[in-house]
Design a protein around this ligand. Structure first.
Ligand SMILES: NC(=O)c1ccc[n+]([C@@H]2O[C@H](COP(=O)([O-])OP(=O)(O)OC[C@H]3O[C@@H](n4cnc5c(N)ncnc54)[C@H](O)[C@@H]3O)[C@@H](O)[C@H]2O)c1
Length: 457
């Protein structure tokens, strides 16, 4: 079989961009993305795409209507597929066994049952969502039930894209991982998927492994990236106590070729939909398998992240004379990182929640994520203004709190900002992204992460 018709279940941050790039690079393959959320499908068919990603509108524009389609999930769409990607969300389970740790696989399992009901035998099922080890095996049992033959071969093909650079990551991936069973059916299915990627990815970047290695490699990659962030954040606390400067530390340590510079920037902590969830899931799996030390080791990466956010909030309070009640604080950046509108598990959510608990009045500004910020803080008691204009957000504020290092924040007129603020004016730079010396010279009290505060009093 040569794959001519791909369907993707789940039109989110992964499904939409991934399928857009596949369609763009494989013009003779028809790609249809479906979702239970009809509003999202309508948005993918409009000019206002439901996710913000640099370069994505151009890719969608080229392929949409040619060989890229966004459509409701119908039996017919599934029946026509040669290959079905499953890109549904796999959040942390909020109930029952494993609550707060394990992955909630209900959307994945529902998708498998829908595939079983409507897809043609022989359709290749590709697990793109990040899932616990052995999920493909469990899904394969649902799909192939009593049948010993692999009627629906199940492949693991985890996605390594990073939001903010998703298009670039998809167009030039460092590696594509394809996990399959070692049966002839499984290996043939893996070659079919490999052939799709090889339209634009060099064969040496396509790795074939067992399904379990592939599933575990994705969790491991996320855990190790997050671990670097927690490692440098742990050092930032030590720097603050010892008088060292974490930026100097990162530069010095990162010049060691074995360590490297990336993911060594201290800050208010990691966020996003994946790191916390995937590490908790990894820790849960290790615990379930009786590997308590392994579970605790990975859990501590999340604990340090929580500690860092907590430290940042306490620092705001302490510096502002132990009260922010009734004071306006401008929150610069809400997205979990620059280049995206995604606010899932963004540190800004916790920072804002803490500050609202202390009865601060907040003015949030973000170039892309204001609507999502509003939804994330909806229902919390207190006053929050959402303002696209950073100058309007900061006017009358006692402090400016940076939660996301959007590059445009560096370009603002800080003399003008200082003039419009209450005094003493504070900057809490949770991303160490502003020019601290300059801000101090203007008159701000500057409190960075992992280095000495610069105060005028
Ligand atoms: N966001 C990332 O940067 C990233 C990167 C790599 C891997 N992943 C993984 O990819 C998966 C998807 O992540 P995402 O960020 O795209 O999630 P998302 O929430 O943005 O999108 C998931 C979509 O699946 C849809 N869906 C859920 N159940 C469905 C069903 N039964 N039928 C049809 N549609 C259904 C939802 O409506 C939603 O639109 C997760 O497992 C995640 O861990 C995410």
């Amino acid at each position: 079989m040569n794959v001519r018709n791909i369907v993707c279940i789940g039109a989110g941050y992964v499904g939409g961009p991934t399928m857009a790039v596949i369609a763009d690079r494989c013009p003779d393959v028809r790609v249809t993305v479906v979702d239970v959320n009809e509003a999202k499908i309508a948005a993918w068919n409009s000019e206002a795409l439901p996710v913000f990603e640099p370069g994505l509108p151009e890719v969608v524009q080229r392929a949409r209507g040619r060989n890229l389609f966004f459509a409701p999930l119908t039996p017919q769409v599934l029946a026509e597929a040669d290959m079905i990607f499953v890109c549904v969300n796999t959040p942390t389970k909020a109930y029952g066994e494993g609550a707060g740790m394990a992955a909630d696989l209900q959307y994945w399992e529902k998708s498998a049952r829908t595939i079983l009901a409507h897809a043609r035998p022989g359709t290749i099922v590709v697990e793109k969502s990040t899932v616990p080890v052995r999920t493909a095996e469990a899904i394969s049992r649902i799909l192939n039930q009593s049948n010993r033959d692999e009627v629906f071969p199940v492949l693991s093909n985890p996605e390594f894209l990073a939001e903010g650079t998703a298009v670039q990551d998809l167009v030039a991936p460092e590696r594509v991982l394809i996990g399959s069973s070692n049966s002839s059916v499984g290996e043939a299915a893996a070659r079919e998927l490999g052939a799709i990627y090889e339209y634009w990815v060099a064969p040496e970047h396509v790795l074939y492994t067992s399904v379990w290695s592939s599933e575990l490699a994705k969790l491991t990659a996320n855990a190790m990236l997050a671990q670097r962030v927690s490692s440098i954040n742990a050092m930032s606390a030590l720097c603050e106590k010892s008088g060292a400067d974490v930026t100097e530390l990162s530069r010095a340590v990162g010049m060691d070729g074995r360590i490297g510079q990336r993911f060594l920037e201290a800050g208010v902590g990691f966020g996003g939909s994946c790191f916390r969830k995937d590490i908790l899931n990894l820790s849960y799996i290790a615990g379930q398998l009786g590997l308590q030390q392994v579970a605790d080791y990975w859990r501590s990466v999340v604990d340090i992240n929580d500690y860092q956010i907590d430290r940042f909030c306490k620092g705001i309070l302490e510096n502002m004379f132990n009260t922010v009640a009734g004071k306006r604080l401008a929150v610069f950046g809400f997205a979990f990182k620059p280049g995206t509108d995604d606010v899932r598990d963004a540190p800004a959510i916790r920072v804002c929640t803490r500050l609202l608990d202390e009865h601060a009045e907040l003015a949030v500004t973000d170039p892309q994520a204001l609507d999502n910020a509003r939804a994330a803080l909806d229902g919390l008691p207190g006053t929050v203004h959402y303002l696209a204009d950073p100058y309007a957000a900061v006017a009358g504020a006692h402090a400016l709190v940076v939660c996301t290092q959007w590059p445009q924040f560096r370009e603002l007129d800080y003399e003008r900002i200082f003039a419009s603020m209450e005094k003493p004016a504070f900057v809490f730079d949770g991303r160490n992204c502003l020019d601290h010396e300059r801000l101090y010279d203007i008159g701000f009290n500057v409190v960075p992460i992992g280095k000495a505060p610069m105060r005028h009093y």
